[in-house]
Ligand binder design. Sequence first.
Ligand code: KG4
Ligand code: ZN
Length: 368
Amino acid sequence: MKILAIESSCDETAAAVVERKNNEPVVSVLSNVIATSLDIHATTGGIIPENAAREQVKYIIPVIIEALLKSENIEASSAEDNFKNAKNILAKKIDAIAVTYGPGLVGSLLIGVETAKTVSLTFNKPLVPVNHLLAHLFANFIQSTTISHKLSAISFPLIGLIVSGGHTDLLFFDSLTKYKWLGGTRDDAAGEALDKIGRLLNLSYPAGPEIENRANEFLKLNPNRQLLNAKFHSPMIGSKDFDFSFSGLKAEVARFVEKNNNMDEKIKNEICFAVQKAIIDVLVKKTVRAAKMYNCETILVGGGVSANQTLLEELKLTTKSQIPNANILSPEKRFSTDNAAMIGAYALMDYSPRDWQKVTSTPDLYFD
Ligand code: KG4
Ligand code: ZN
């Protein structure tokens, strides 16, 4: 089965064509196109919803056309030919349409959802609405070209950790479609905390990748991890639940920055290391505890923050001693941040089309 997937929940306008063969738990990506308005948001240090929606309108049709053409290896030519070819592919090669219906920014979501409904109706294709958060975990079913994924080793029950710019959640999956929410952040998400702390330190936006690079720089000069100046608490690390809270960490860093107004690069790197450590320590501790409590040997991690190599290394290191047969998966980097292939992957793994009239953008969608 081949699906055209559309994702427009935030500042990325994305379309992809994905395929699943013989009911195997493996999703192949035939094309994956992303237009981002990140440059615009970098100038404001965060996303202004109105700006994001305006950019979505500009990109949605060109991105869909490009994804369709690429899926069949057709070179782009004149606008008229591109449109004709895309229509042909849609009619003849695509079995269904998948779209993110939430959570996200209302203006951005609407553009993807209404476009998907129109395409579904016009071309008479089933429409599969997809929860963006679950899709971050299902990105792990995408066959990777750069990492050796042990997809066949994904076994249930499993634990899912979603760590993105907007969400931090722990889920227990009994099977592919039967899951339970264990806990999540009570305030800022892990990625949000990194981005806000990045702003305090004048780092690039989004700050996650720069914080990771700076933490690595600190480690190079301090292999024994000795913190001289900055030390922050790992929030809620001792609590018995599976909840998180990261807004206090941001406040702690703000106080530190206020007191040290002459910060050189070395101190900035140290702060980045300390912040990253505080966040990773609690994520790893609660994820591994959940896996042990629910007898899970598979842990799926997804969302933009799962691009963080230190998080994955620490998760692997901790499970090694506590769950010897653990299989920890995270998507290839390009499928961990927002993309449409993960939306298609979800739709292929849990194929549940709905009447287009019943599909509506749901900005505050969470878990069922
Ligand atoms: O999943 P995502 O693309 O968007 C949402 O659905 O929110 O996640 C974006 C988040 C940003 O907060 C960004 O700073 C963070 O992912 N991020 C990282 C890394 N790359 C992106 N955080 C830590 N380390 C990284 N390498
Ligand atoms: Zn996301």
